[in-house]
Design a protein around this ligand. Structure first.
Ligand code: URA
Length: 444
């Protein structure tokens, strides 16, 4: 077999065989197939697409390229959750204790943030002492005893995807549905859960800008999961503006805790309940999403999910005092108000610009070795649909001693992210659709 023939076949729109795909992935992983051939192949896929069979084969070839976690020492049906990336998305920190409190074990491996999107691990490390590196035995023990653990992903999970993703990033081939679907699902399959709930973001701040593309991506991922015996459902949720009000590590922990205490932002609570309901159904703890939602509401109102978070933080050596008294979390030295330039209504808040603004303050990484400042970030005081008066505070920057030019840039980005219109803005949908193996249910 030769890589050039496989590239040509894909360039001409033909379906690749399982053997051809595995030859490419194995050869690329070993370093036998060079970046330039893999780039040409990725570009051919970008234009020609892949069949469901090819996408499944690519997923499995990448999943098998490294460690595959066996979660069988953990009792019960393990349900994983994955978001395709958003700004202000702290749902994992709400979901892990919430779903665990309902009896579904959560053995979650998460990542760090890069660029304008935050990472769950960085957020959790805002809590002093919180350990994200547990060995497998400790990880299993904690999930069996507490019900939930959130740890860092093994360094050798789907390494072929890691290499290919880095290549796609610099060859303008990230936004190809079969490549995104196989990339996400290879890691989820390697992580070992029995069932998967995906939160596919749609809108200006997401990979997929339109609902139709988001549904296609969701269908591709649900198809892959279903074919390999991991029941998968995908929720399409809004990323036309960030989720919740806080963007930045400690600010997001605070908001997640408030949500677990029953007084978080409405959008974060709703997305969390929607995802959690599906996790409960897949985990066999509810017959229907309606029953699941009722259970989850009870759990929240009795404070059981917040108790579960405290148990999880304690087990991972974090300072529980900081989540009992949120003022003890890292806090920035200065807050800078950003004001509305005119009267009107907030018509949009560009999620990516908000993420960049928080990153410039030090909440995220510009490069993989940047050091994070857990205290800094952005608070969105006004959200889409809100009426504003000229000079009224619409957002706040939380800053420490960084460079003045970066602070100015962050302020500018934040200001520019807000679109103000003269006319009132209709309410934005939060959940657009649900994709399961049985089809697509649209809510708008
Ligand atoms: N997230 C991933 O893990 N892979 C992609 O290709 C895109 C988003």
């Amino acid at each position: 077999m030769r890589a050039v023939d496989i590239i040509q076949k894909k360039r001409d729109g033909q379906e690749l065989s399982t053997e051809e795909i595995s030859y490419l992935i194995q050869g690329y992983s070993r370093g036998d197939i060079p970046d330039y051939q893999m780039s040409a192949w990725a570009m051919a896929v970008f234009f020609q697409g892949m069949t469901a069979k090819e996408t499944g084969d690519l997923t499995m070839a990448m999943a098998k390229s490294g460690d595959q976690v066996d979660l069988s020492p953990i009792a019960g049906i393990k349900v994983d959750k994955h978001s395709t990336g958003g700004v202000g998305d702290k749902t994992t920190i709400v979901l892990a204790p919430l779903v665990a409190a309902a009896g579904v074990p959560v053995a979650k491996m998460s990542g760090r943030g890069l660029g304008h999107t935050g990472g769950t691990l960085d957020k959790l490390e805002s809590i002093s002492g919180f350990q994200i590196e547990l060995d497998q035995e400790q990880f299993f023990k904690q999930v069996n005893e507490v019900g939930a653990a959130v740890i860092g992903q093994s360094g050798n999970m789907a390494p072929a995807d890691k290499k290919l993703y880095a290549l796609r990033d610099v060859t303008a081939t990230v936004n190809a549905i079969p490549l995104i679907a196989s990339s996400v699902m290879s890691k989820k399959i390697a992580a070992g859960a029995d069932a998967i709930v995906l939160d596919v973001k749609t809108g200006s701040g997401a990979f997929m800008k339109t609902l139709d593309d988001s549904i296609k991506l969701a269908e591709a991922m649900v198809d892959i999961g279903t074919h390999v015996g991991r029941e998968t459902v995908a929720v399409i949720s809004d990323m036309d503006q960030p989720l919740g009000h806080g963007i930045g590590n400690a600010l997001e922990i605070k908001e997640a805790v408030e949500t677990l205490q029953g007084n978080g932002p409405e959008d974060l609570e709703e997305v969390s309940l929607f995802l959690a309901s599906h996790m409960l159904v897949l985990g066999g703890k509810a017959e229907s999403v309606e029953e699941a939602r009722e259970k989850l509401r009870d759990i929240l109102s009795q404070g059981l999910a917040f108790d579960k978070l405290k148990q999880m933080v304690k087990a991972q050596q974090g300072d529980v005092g900081q989540i009992e008294d949120l003022s003890l979390l890292p806090t920035a030295k200065r807050t800078i108000e950003v004001k509305a330039p005119t009267d009107g209504y907030v018509a949009g808040i560009e999620a990516e610009a908000i993420g960049i603004s928080a990153m410039l303050l030090g909440a995220g990484r510009e490069t993989t070795d940047s050091v994070i400042d857990h205290a800094v970030g952005v608070t969105l005081v006004k959200k889409v649909g809100d009426q504003v008066k000229a000079g009224e505070v619409i957002a706040m920057l939380h800053a420490n001693d960084g460079s003045d030019s970066k602070l100015q840039e962050a302020e500018q980005k934040l200001q520019q992210a807000y679109k103000i219109s003269e006319a009132p803005v209709p309410e934005q949908p939060l959940i657009y659709a649900l994709v399961t193996k049985d089809g697509v249910q649209r809510f708008v």
